[in-house]
Each structure stands twice: as C-alpha cells, then as structure tokens.
Design a protein around this ligand. Sequence first.
Ligand code: EPU
Length: 417
Amino acid sequence: MKQIKIEGGNILSGTIKISGAKNSAVALIPAALLSDEEVSIDNVPNISDIDVLSDIIMYLGGKVRRDNNFIKMSLGNLENKPIKKEFSSKLRASYYFMGALLGKYKHVDIYFPGGCSIGARPINLHLKGFQSLGATVLEKEDHYIISAKELIGSHIYLDVASVGATINIMLAAVKAKGETIIENAAKEPEIVNVATFLNNMGAKIKGAGTSEIRIMGVDYLGSCFSEVIPDRIEAGTYIIAGALMGDCLKIQNIIPEHIDSLIFKLKEVGCDLKVFNDYIEISKSNNMKAVDLKTLVYPGFPTDLQQPMTTLLTYCNGTSSVIETIYENRFKNIKYLNKMGANINIKGDEIFINGPTNLHGEEVVATDLRAGACLVLAGLAADGITTINDVDHILRGYENIIAKLTNVGAKIELIEI
Ligand code: EPU
C-alpha cells in the first residue's frame, strides 16, 4: 500500500510545468482505434489510467510504443474481443471503447466501466445515443453488448450536457452513414481536443466547443499526429497550491481561458495572481475573504476543482458556500478536512466553510482523485505532518505529483508500507 507524507508549512516557489489533460488523453487513446493506420499523440500524461488504456489497445492486437509523453499506436489488424472486468472496471474512461469499437466494428462487448465513487454516474445518455444511431443495447452479467447492422446518422438531444456522452456519440457517429447532430452537447475543451484529433484522422466534425455538434460520417480514418491540451484541472490544483503557500510560484504550459472561472474566483477571494499568455504567477495572500461558488458545466466552475478549492476556502475570512450540481457524492473530503481542523458543515448538495481555520497534520484518506488533491493541498498548508492513505486515486490523475511539488520546495514523499 502506498501513502503520501507531507510536512506542511513550506513556501512553494519556482516553476511547475503542467502535463497533458488526463480527461482528453483518456478519450484520445480509445478514439485512435477508429483509425486503420498509425496514430501518434504527444503530451500524453504518464499516469496509471493511460497504462490501462494502452493495455486494452494491446489486448485488442494494437501495437503501442510509448516514449515519455509520446505514444504511437498501430491499429491495422485488431481483433474485436470482449473487454474484460480486469480492464474496464479500473477506470471510467474505459467506456470510450464502446463508441470507438461500435463505430469501427458495429459491435462491442464490454464490462461495466469503473471510476471514482462520487455519485451514481449513469451512462443512459451514451446508450440512448447509440440506440438513436441504430444500435441495440443488451445488459448481460455486468457486460454491455452493443451491436448494429449499420449505424445511421441521427438527430440527438442530450438531456444533460454530458462530457462522456458527447464524446462517445461522436466516436460512434464518425463512420456512420449520413449526418449526426448532437444538441445540448458538452462544450469542455477536452471535447474540442477529441474532435480535432478525429478530424486530423479524416473525420468531418463541426461545432465542437459549442452546444451543437455536426458529424458527417466518412468511410475511412487514416493516420494522424495530435497533441493533448494542457490539463486545466492539474493547473487549477497547483494554482490553488500557490494561493495557499506560493512565493511567485509559476504555473506554466497552461491555456488561461480554460480556467477563467477559477481565475476570477481567486481574484474575488483576494489572491495575489498575475495571468500571462501561457503561465500564471501566484503568491500566498494573507487577507483572503469568503466567497460563494457553484459547480457548473464548462465554462462554469469545474466540479473537478471544487474539492481542491474547498481547502483554500478554509483559510478565507467568513463563511463560504459551495454548491455541487454535477455529482451527488463529492463531499467525502470534508470529513478529513474537518479532522485537520476545518469547520465545514454539509447540507445536502451545499457546504458551508467557516473560516479562517488553521489546519494541522492528521492521518487522512484519499477517497477519490480530487478529494486526494484537496488533501494534498491541505497537507502543504497545514502545521505538522499529514499522512494520506489510498493514494492510488491521486496517482491515477496527477503526473509526477511528488517530483513537481518537491522541485518547488514542498516536503512530500511517496512511501510503500
Ligand atoms: N449523466 C447522466 N447520464 C449520462 C451521463 C452523465 O445523467 O449518460 C450525468 C452525470 O451523472 C453527471 C453529469 O451528467 O451528473 C455530468 O457527467 P459527465 O458525463 O459530463 O461526466 P463524465 O463524462 O462521467 C467527465 C470526467 C470527470 C468530470 C466530468 C465533468 C472523464 C473520464 N471524466 O466525466 O472527471 O468530472 O466529465 O466535467 O473525462 C475527474 O477527472 O476527477 C473526473 C471525475
């Protein structure tokens, strides 16, 4: 079992370089399957989710070569085998093999997807989308079996602007006959990254990044080279670290407009930050004030930064309110923040953070990926030693987190017990 140990209270200064976006990369790798040739992707983060997805590509007969953050896949002669529990249940994004394999072979057999336990996380909209393109969906012994004689372009309205459903329907539709229109599509930057990648392979997708995406089906997808966009959630996490403990901490290789909602919220809090073309400089501020925030789909405040932001709010003067509108169960971090000395009350989908409070080191548990990020931030700011258990959740999503923080002055280590 692995633990992260942090000795809190150390000032962070220097530069942290942001990696490629986890939530883009985990879609690009399954999407590559739609090609019949060689596909290369750069800026792929070295995280365990990517290892599992590469293993699935190899299990299906693809050739994968990885060199640091570069990945090259040969996808000529694949065998469309059932995707087993040992792969699928390890992460949420295994569900992108549904759209990719259905699009390519008109058939997929896959064990239910896994992922962080932060709510019910239904995939009814993905399945409705596939059905609308002409597929039948069967649930059999924890597997989905989805098949179609042929996939025919369709007009689809998403009840919720779901990231996963938007991408999965795009994947299934790129080789369908005729035009597919997705209304109320998700607008996250990761959707644009996936659409650009597919277009580089020869797909015809227009409107990604808006709420109406139009996909004209094509017969063949070929080779391409693409890059993963910078990870806006990793960037946001380290920017918050800078707001807590920074002295001119520079967060580099970012696209600031992807995190406008965070930047404006930090300004409202009273943080000392400067925004440049592709980096942000941030220092600890002593007089931060409470704010209200609500998680929303992009370009609103991202749910994935809600838990990290809560750590900062414990140091702000007054009562902050945070409303979580995307997931029903994304407050598991609160128990541990309170154990560390925070004063936070949960009322349904809203929390009230009474600050400022001084956090102190404790033994805590990373119940999910972003809860883990929240506790790392708390550990950096707290007095004394914080020990975090179940850190595999954190390592699934943050490339080289220990080295990145150590390089800027944190006292943090990963230990095997
Ligand atoms: N929803 C449905 N039906 C569906 C799909 C979604 O009701 O068929 C609901 C969900 O229950 C949720 C909301 O729609 O309430 C949004 O879910 P969405 O589908 O957008 O999320 P996702 O695709 O499962 C991705 C990221 C999450 C991130 C969300 C929102 C990946 C692999 N995961 O999840 O990332 O929180 O979009 O931005 O891309 C994380 O990185 O920590 C993480 C959880």
